[in-house]
Ligand binder design. Structure first.
Ligand SMILES: NC(=O)c1ccc[n+]([C@@H]2O[C@H](COP(=O)([O-])OP(=O)(O)OC[C@H]3O[C@@H](n4cnc5c(N)ncnc54)[C@H](OP(=O)(O)O)[C@@H]3O)[C@@H](O)[C@H]2O)c1
Length: 258
């Protein structure tokens, strides 16, 4: 039986990864900040699927939280075969409206934690000659839109580069780039979603199924829906300097409200 560690497992995409991987018979290490919610999730997944689910409470915006998860990933006696770096959040507001401390917290969770946890996991995977990492980015990685998009662009670039470097060692990495997904993300950030048309919303379970298929096929970037593949294809036709304007106009029209 293999083990998967999922950060941000208690809600949204992370919870969908946990459900799907448990249904496929993987043992789980569930990571988030809310211990009670983690315990309830672990019990439900154990009872429903007969798998072992460990709970690891950690705040990935802190060094202690990142270290605790990195230590678990480095445990050679209880190897982790699949790491899903999923924990993340949005900050409401444009550049200069968001306090720099909040932007730095985002970079810590989206970039520093992803770097340190991927490294902690991949070192052991390399020795064993197998394993993988799914890093949850966003389609926001492909358009110039604030710190959120910039942090997700880092996730995509980092994952693609690392995937190339460790491919010969039997380790696989995929950056997952969903569009809008119905989760707790927007509500937690205090963003209204009334402006986002229905057709732009994706279902978390479908996104995860597509992501795991792309991961199994060895794709380093997964864009899990034809609508968003088409939209991203169009962005390639627009010059980069115009794209910022187009994306911020579209973001104001269709993106999360303020
Ligand atoms: N929803 C979308 O439209 C969308 C689109 C593209 C990409 N994404 C990305 O998908 C990922 C998951 O987002 P989601 O939409 O599923 O969000 P969500 O429903 O709000 O869930 C976020 C999860 O992350 C955990 N978390 C948040 N901050 C954390 C921290 N500092 N340390 C540890 N855990 C933390 C939360 O649990 P606790 O609060 O208990 O810690 C929760 O389990 C994120 O990386 C997000 O950027 C989302």
């Amino acid at each position: 039986m293999t083990t998967a560690l999922i950060t941000g497992s208690t809600a949204g995409l992370g919870a969908a990864f946990a459900r799907r991987l448990a249904a496929r018979g993987h043992n789980l290490v569930l990571v988030a900040r809310d211990t009670e919610r983690l315990r309830k999730q672990a019990t439900e997944l154990h009872d429903r699927h007969g798998i072992e689910a460990e709970v690891l409470t950690a705040d990935l915006a802190t060094d202690e939280g990142i270290e605790a998860v990195a230590t678990r990933l480095g445990d050679r006696h209880h190897p982790v075969d699949l790491l899903v770096n999923n924990a993340g959040f949005g900050n409401k507001g444009r550049y200069l409206e968001v306090p720099v401390a909040d932007e730095l917290r985002m970079l810590k969770v989206h970039c520093e934690a992803v770097l340190r946890l991927t490294t902690a996991a991949v070192e052991g995977m390399r020795e064993r000659g197998r394993g993988g990492v799914i890093n949850v980015a966003s389609v926001a990685a492909f358009v110039p839109r604030g710190t959120y998009g910039a942090s997700k662009a880092w996730v995509v670039q980092f994952t693609q580069g690392a995937a190339r470097d460790v491919a010969a060692d039997g380790v696989r990495l995929t950056a997952l780039c969903p569009g809008f997904v119905r989760t707790e993300f927007h509500e937690r950030a205090g963003m209204g979603t009334d402006n986002i048309p229905n057709w732009m919303w994706l279902d978390a379970d479908k996104v995860v199924t597509a992501a795991l298929d792309d991961f199994a096929r060895g794709r380093t970037v997964s864009i899990p829906d034809p609508r968003y593949k088409a939209l991203l294809g169009l962005t390639k036709l627009v010059p980069r300097n115009l794209l910022g304007g187009v994306s911020s106009t579209a973001g104001r029209k269709y993106g999360p409200g303020r």
